[in-house]
Design a protein around this ligand. Sequence first.
Ligand code: ADP
Ligand code: MG
Length: 242
Amino acid sequence: MIQIQNVSKWYGSFQVLTDCTTSIQKGEVVVVCGPSGSGKSTLIKTVNALEPFQKGDIVVDGISLSDPKTNLPKLRARVGMVFQHFELFPHLSVTENLTLAQIKVLGRSVDEAKTRGLKMLERVGLMVHKDKYPGQLSGGQQQRVAIARALSMDPIVMLFDEPTSALDPEMVGEVLDVMVQLANEGMTMMCVTHEMGFAKKVSHRVIFMDHGKIVEDCTKDEFFGNPDARSVRAKDFLSKIL
Ligand code: ADP
Ligand code: MG
């Protein structure tokens, strides 16, 4: 579903990604972890073409991001992205948040968009809040709306960038529950997260980044079950986080 091939990226003279290569199969759940500043957000944003890269290529569902003929907005519409900060439109109701992009980007009718959006809202357990504004919801609820909004677009893959790290601890679980459910339903997912419980429970693979490089790319069992075989940096990271 996603092939990241020797991707390098610079911000000016600062190299933020160095020769990153990995791939994600359909239905696979891959957790990306690593120290702050290691390039996790940058890598995930390149997959959604929110950040350009200077070397290598990324192919999403057979479509090359570096091909000048690729319609990036069209591709982006099919890749769901959930950020740390919920980024709902504060002046729009939950239902309007769910339908806007479906109508503007996918060209769905208002009715069609509403049906799909509310179905996804039901899925994240927030139907009763459909007419509220984001400011009237808790952080955990807003993040679940953000997930429902991404799902309303019928994404072929879902990208998450630390979706729970801005939440109060008591709200982390409700967002992780939705992500676990998605993973169990076979959604292809790339998740930057430090929630190692989530990684252990549902991920298939773990990628560990350090200084812009993919240092580890192995199965969950290899990552958690055989720490002695891991790099010094990954071992150090695991010892702090577990
Ligand atoms: P992570 O998500 O792993 O914490 P990021 O991908 O956000 O890491 O950032 C990786 C590195 O790139 C950091 O050193 C950060 O300061 C730098 N960086 C991120 N965004 C920019 C930017 N827009 N311009 C310059 N440097 C950036
Ligand atoms: Mg980040």
